[in-house]
Design a protein around this ligand. Structure first.
Ligand SMILES: Cc1cc2nc3c(=O)[nH]c(=O)nc-3n(C[C@H](O)[C@H](O)[C@H](O)COP(=O)(O)O)c2cc1C
Length: 177
């Protein structure tokens, strides 16, 4: 629930895909749309896939990737929505299977029970996306009400460029249905 007189709080979950280095664009776009943002990264993503210091400076909050200890206060308010971008093959499959062995996965597994919008932009290579477990995971998560953007395989074009990763799309997907 949004706290009175405060902006709605968006959790941005970041996984260890190469495209994660551009997550600042999503944070800026979310803030322009009047979200307050807290970033939760998978441990691998937090370990070098994006500039965690720049993100902490932009959001005014530390990037979280580890569980707090019981004595620590909750560093983020409860979420009003969750955006997962980029989502990896690994995290999508573990989330669908109900595995909660990282803070990011625990947060995602819990989000369904909070009855808040959850939107995802996967970045998964075609070879991995062809694995039957991945299609089952997408079906299962969609059945739980999770909203997915268009597939993006992250592949580099012959000229060395990459197709645009539509970061803002995940915010569009969070809008009331
Ligand atoms: C440079 C680099 C780029 C990667 N990009 C992707 C990617 O785009 N999509 C993906 O699913 N995995 C990608 N991976 C593999 C994931 O990092 C790996 O599966 C990892 O276990 C994902 O962990 P996480 O889901 O906890 O973030 C990449 C790995 C490296 C080293």
């Amino acid at each position: 629930m949004t706290r009175q007189d405060e902006k709605p709080f968006l959790y941005v979950v970041v996984c260890a895909a190469g495209i994660a280095s551009g997550v600042g664009r999503l944070i800026t776009a979310a803030q322009e749309r009047a979200w307050e943002v807290g970033v939760i990264a998978t441990p691998l993503a937090a370990g070098g896939f994006f500039d965690t210091e720049a993100v902490a400076a932009r959001t005014g909050r530390p990037v979280r990737s580890a569980w707090r200890t019981p004595a620590d206060p909750r560093p983020f308010p409860p979420p009003d929505a969750v955006a997962v971008a980029p989502a990896t093959f690994n995290t999508v499959n573990k989330w669908a299977a109900g595995i909660a062995d990282t803070l990011a996965l625990g947060t995602l597994c819990e989000a369904t029970g909070l009855d808040i919008p959850v939107a995802v932009l996967p970045c998964v290579a075609d070879a991995l996306a062809a694995h039957p477990a991945y299609q089952d995971s997408l079906d299962r998560l969609r059945g739980m009400g999770v909203r997915f953007g268009e597939p993006y395989n992250g592949e580099v074009r012959p000229d060395g460029s990459r197709p645009d990763f539509a970061w803002e799309r995940v915010l569009d997907l969070l809008r009331p249905l």
